[in-house]
Design a protein around this ligand. Structure first.
Ligand SMILES: NC(=O)c1ccc[n+]([C@@H]2O[C@H](COP(=O)([O-])OP(=O)(O)OC[C@H]3O[C@@H](n4cnc5c(N)ncnc54)[C@H](OP(=O)(O)O)[C@@H]3O)[C@@H](O)[C@H]2O)c1
Length: 318
């Protein structure tokens, strides 16, 4: 009984801000500023569906050359066939973000293509089932967190992203319910796995990862973490069907969910000393409840990720 009640309280607390009502209130003129990404090279993960697709097409239509990452070749082909005026273009890369080896290989191909201006770490899955990848990681942990870390670190150490580049991590308001607990990032077995809580932990971890990248100094990319609001996508349809049914009238479109990412890339706001998470072009606090404070630090998280990478592929990231 406690869990449904807590969920109800959580959704009621954020209903106005995260629904389409919040978007309309905070972004009265989504058409402004006019986007111009000519001459830029972007990498977008999860680019064939939902929010990632809207970001990839939004960037390409504003002139960027976009490397679009996802798994399904037919959906990648459909994306590549979308009309995009030159100099914008979409180049597809079929990669399973659950595999460190594939992500490292993909990063190599991206590096060969030259510098990257913007990386959007967008893929995020909530998996209620429990499975492990061939490399031994719980699948949602690998997909949501380990491999976005692997992708960015591979590009960073190869100098394909630098101090002029931007990394945008797509977190979620779900992170407001989690105090970062390294032991809760990955359950040891199916009995200990709660897809909802694991997702919230991964999304909280993205906030700390952002802090880590921003602490690396001027040669490292600028990093921002954002929340898209509640968006009507395949991901929500699959992972949260009851939530989608209940809130159908109040969900955002994919373009509305993508708005803040495109705005961050267009306006390049400075990183705030106190951190924060972007929603609807505004920086919100990282915590909404006192109990989520005091979790693992960015340095502890990165040390943990490195240990998981070594455990999975037998060598460190760098
Ligand atoms: N929708 C919301 O209301 C909401 C709210 C808060 C936060 N978010 C966050 O926003 C992000 C995007 O969410 P969404 O709802 O747009 O997602 P979605 O509808 O589930 O889109 C999924 C995209 O990711 C790709 N993908 C999934 N697994 C992959 C993998 N292992 N490797 C490579 N690509 C993979 C899919 O293509 P393939 O299946 O072909 O690989 C597709 O392009 C996520 O991080 C999510 O946590 C969403």
């Amino acid at each position: 009984m406690l869990k449904p009640l807590a969920a109800l309280f959580f959704y009621a607390r954020f209903f106005r801000a995260f629904s389409v009502l919040g978007f309309r209130a905070r972004v009265p003129d989504p058409g402004q500023p006019r986007l111009d990404f000519r001459g830029q090279r972007w990498v977008v993960t999860g680019a064939t569906g939902g929010i990632g697709r809207a970001i990839a097409l939004g960037a390409a239509r504003a002139g960027a050359a976009v490397v679009a990452i996802a798994r399904d070749p037919s959906r990648l082909a459909t994306l590549a066939a979308e009309p995009v005026a030159s100099p914008g273009r979409v180049e597809t890369l079929q990669v399973d973000l659950a595999s460190i080896a594939r992500v490292r290989a993909a990063a190599g191909a991206i590096v060969d293509g030259g510098r990257v201006d913007v990386v959007v770490a967008n893929v995020g899955v909530m998996r209620h089932d429990y499975s492990r990848t061939a490399e031994g990681l719980e699948t949602s942990l690998a997909t949501n967190l380990v491999n976005h870390y692997a992708l960015v670190e591979s590009l960073r150490t190869a100098k394909a992203i630098d101090g002029r580049s931007l990394v945008i991590s797509m977190s979620s308001g779900g992170m407001y319910g989690a105090r970062l607990d390294l032991a809760a990032l990955e359950a040891a077995d199916a009995a200990g796995h709660d897809g909802f809580m694991a997702y919230a932990q991964h999304k909280r971890a993205q906030v700390e990862l952002t802090r880590y990248w921003n602490g690396l100094g001027p040669a490292a990319p600028v990093a921002h973490v954002m929340h898209p609001g509640w968006v009507d996508t395949d991901g929500v349809r699959t992972a949260l069907p009851g939530f989608r049914r209940a809130l159908a009238r109040y969900l955002r479109s994919a373009d509305q969910g993508a708005d803040t990412a495109l705005w961050l890339a267009a306006t390049r706001p400075p990183v705030a000393a106190e951190g924060g998470i972007w929603l609807d072009r505004q920086l919100d606090p990282e915590h909404a409840f006192g109990y989520t404070r005091g979790g693992a630090s960015a340095a502890e998280l990165v040390a943990w990720l490195e240990r998981r990478v070594v455990g999975a592929i037998g060598r460190p990231m760098a």
